[in-house]
Design a protein around this ligand. Sequence first.
Ligand SMILES: C[S@@+](CC[C@H](N)C(=O)[O-])C[C@H]1O[C@@H](n2cnc3c(N)ncnc32)[C@H](O)[C@@H]1O
Length: 329
Amino acid sequence: MAAAAVYKIRKDRIPKAEDLFNPYNVGARPFLKWAGGKGQLLDTFQELYPRQLIRKKIKTFYEPFLGSGAVFFDIAQKFGIEGAYLYDINEELVLTYKVIQKDVSKLLDFLFRYQRNYSKLEKKQRQKFFYDQRMNYNLQRFNIDYNKYSDHWFPRAAQFIFLNRTCFNGLYRVNSKGEFNSPAGDYDNPTICDEQNLLAVHQVLQIAEIKKADFKEIVSDLKARSFVYFDPPYRPISKTANFKAYSKEGFAENGQIQLARLFRQLDKEGAKIMLSNSDPKNNNPADNFFDDIYKGYNIKRVPARRMINSVPEKRGIINEIVVTNYSIA
Ligand SMILES: C[S@@+](CC[C@H](N)C(=O)[O-])C[C@H]1O[C@@H](n2cnc3c(N)ncnc32)[C@H](O)[C@@H]1O
């Protein structure tokens, strides 16, 4: 993209820390649309968090399947936690979080140009622009060092956000080669550069350690008086609803079983733990998969709207399963 004057953040738009951490003024929201995002369940989750978190006795939070971080943003701003460990296996996602954490103004500079250039285009030109960016994004992934923070990360993060905000349904999907392959969306006025929210996100991320990691790394990071929220890729509710492609690695049934083992291990170490997943009983009332692997823990079923289904009529209300190792009032 053509160079432009450096984007200046308006000082009156930078949120103050005391405003952000005021429980009645939740300022930072997820900046990505993400499959399985928990934004719609936050009100339900308020009733399911451990008492110690609500009473601000818990100081450290872990979210090893971060995605758009809906639960992290909610908890970080309401319950006075002092440290958060956020992991995801998706390196593009993690790169983007790190850029927002460290260099939000440089990111805004690129996003502002995306917003300006894209808004000027006609519908057909927008599609072309999207597919050009998508191709460039897929080609450039071989030139990025995901382990070493650098100036190359700023345009990469901006391109990731641009594609997320303008692709069909905001669905981040990669094929087995790791190529992002979601088609263009059809939005009149997509918000690509949400300056106010990204500044708030930047502030909230200052308490976080963010890393590209497998969920099992939590074992070596776990501290006393912690709350862990696990939101792994869904176990498909039917053979056709098998969305699982956040990354080329996928997450097989064996992953669910390893996670259940880890849940028991962390329970023994004293962490408060909550886990959500799709309820297989939506399709087959006799399927006891989660009831079996989480036997002995509290299992609650809560209604949720499922968006990930290529057939719009099938995006209905279904149950999600919530497992906790503490009793819920
Ligand atoms: C259901 S989504 C989480 C959604 C999130 N709670 C939200 O509100 O947006 C699952 C996430 O787990 C990540 N993931 C998949 N396999 C993983 C693994 N082995 N370790 C860590 N993260 C993984 C995916 O990249 C995806 O972002």
